[in-house]
Write a protein that binds this ligand. Structure first.
Ligand code: HAM
Length: 420
């Protein structure tokens, strides 16, 4: 070990576990790519104001969890705590919403940073794959995104997850509800911090995990009773589309989420094998966010799935992904001359698109064969002085154990044939 360790709340991804992370990212991205979502990448940091305005001044993410910094030039930046505000900012900046038909459908994958109290499944640096559909108000779009996330999880073999669904109303009906809720909450016996929260973000009080608080909330006014007709109809349509697609969900009127930009549809994917950090993904509609960051009216919807927690969910369900070995051929030279010749063969194989690796460092046959085994290669190529003198290499099938001499000039063609 060196003097240094990964910073608190972070961890390194190393082989072989890192391969699972890549496979999870790919499994989430594949259905998005197949459904018309284009890839977008934005900087790891943004102007702090973007998140303050976008994610919300009253959220934990903005008030407690942002990594902020002042540059030498005096700019106030923050490491991105989430992707939605950045992606929308970038789409507006590039005028993507004016370039073609709406919605603008985008997907992304990357690192996010939140200064949270670290625990199992909750890190200060974590990975998300996300999707945003910008500029269209259409329940089919909300349903599409939820269905694609469900499809991604299922393609990984996950089964013990549930989809929680709610509607938070819109700018017409939510303020009316907010006021009714505040009036109710102000009469309760609550601590100072929670009292402050009533004034800033009363819906978050419903999310309070403490039993004594929950007990007092039994008779709290329900958002469902306040939804305007347009929001109710929209929500019913989303529900019907999910049901028609065979995607099971649970109505959860307590689902408020930790970001302020949501309107109407909100949802969370929770996994039952993860303990307290059970949300493997979440998202919803954010019809007002564009205007909040200075853009035009662009009703939008999206989600982000946590890669770290998805990997933990796989482990909790005991699922081992069927990851193909990456090396097909492993070359073992015996002696100086063989090293040069076999390295030439390996280079040729690689250029021909055959995945090949090499026993470096002039180890003996035994150690090199161990590495060959560990690489998972289907074939090994072994050559010593006598083989070279005869112009052949020994080609060994690692599955059957069969070995035969193949002329050097034919080895690439022979391997291409056998590997199909
Ligand atoms: P979020 O619910 O804050 O939503 O994060 C989405 C997912 O990221 C969570 O469900 C979780 O799996 C993962 N995640 C969040 N924080 C951590 C952490 N500290 N450690 C490990 N994993 C974590 C958003 O970020 C929204 N931008 C989603 C969205 C996209 N809404 C609309 N479009």
């Amino acid at each position: 070990m060196s003097t240094f360790q990964a910073p608190k709340g972070t961890y390194d991804l190393t082989p072989p576990r890192s391969a699972t992370f890549l496979a999870v990212r790919e499994a989430i991205a594949a259905p998005l790519r197949d459904s018309g979502y284009g890839y977008i990448e934005t900087p790891g940091f943004e102007n702090v104001e973007l998140f303050a305005r976008g994610v919300g001044e009253s959220t934990d993410i903005v008030t407690k969890e942002m990594y902020t910094l002042t540059t030498k030039g005096g700019d106030q930046l923050a490491l991105r705590p989430e992707g939605t505000a950045s992606v929308l900012r970038a789409a507006l900046e590039a005028n993507l919403h004016k370039a073609g038909n709406l919605p603008v459908k985008l997907w992304y994958s990357g690192s996010y940073y939140r200064y949270e109290r670290p625990q199992a499944g909750r890190y200060r640096h974590f990975s998300q794959v996300g999707a945003e559909a910008i500029g269209t108000e259409d329940p089919v779009l909300d349903a599409e995104l939820i269905i694609l996330a469900d499809q991604a999880y299922r393609s990984l073999g996950l089964r013990q997850f549930r989809i929680l669904l709610n509607s938070l109303g819109d700018k017409e009906c939510r303020p009316v509800y907010r006021e009714a809720l505040q009036t109710f909450l102000r009469d309760l016996d609550l601590d100072e911090e929670t009292r402050r929260r009533i004034e800033i973000n009363p819906l978050r009080v419903l999310d309070d995990k403490r039993a004594d608080v929950q007990k007092q909330l039994t008779d709290a006014p329900k958002l469902r009773d306040y939804l305007c007709d347009a929001c109710t109809a929209y929500h019913e349509e989303v529900r019907a589309l999910l049901t028609a697609a065979g995607v099971a969900f649970e109505d959860d009127e307590k689902l408020v989420r930790g970001l302020d930009y949501y309107t109407r549809t909100t949802f969370e994917f929770v996994h039952d094998g993860l303990g307290s950090q059970s949300a493997v993904g979440g998202g919803g509609r954010y019809d007002g966010l564009s205007e909040m960051i200075g853009g035009p009216e662009l009703p939008s919807v999206g989600w982000a799935l946590g890669v770290d927690r998805t990997v933990l969910a796989l482990e909790a369900e005991g699922i081992e992904l069927d990851l193909p070995y990456t090396t097909s051929v492993y070359a073992v030279p015996l002696g100086e001359e063989a090293r040069r010749v076999l390295f030439g063969v390996v280079t040729g194989l690689r250029r021909a698109g055959i995945a090949a690796d090499f026993a470096f460092g002039g180890r003996g046959l035994k150690g090199a064969m161990k590495s060959a085994n560990r690489s998972g290669a289907r074939y090994t190529l072994v050559a010593g002085e006598r083989d070279l003198a005869e112009g052949v290499v020994q080609l060994k099938d690692m599955e059957s154990g069969e070995q035969n001499a193949v002329p050097l000039t034919e080895v690439a063609a022979e391997l291409a044939k056998r590997l199909g």
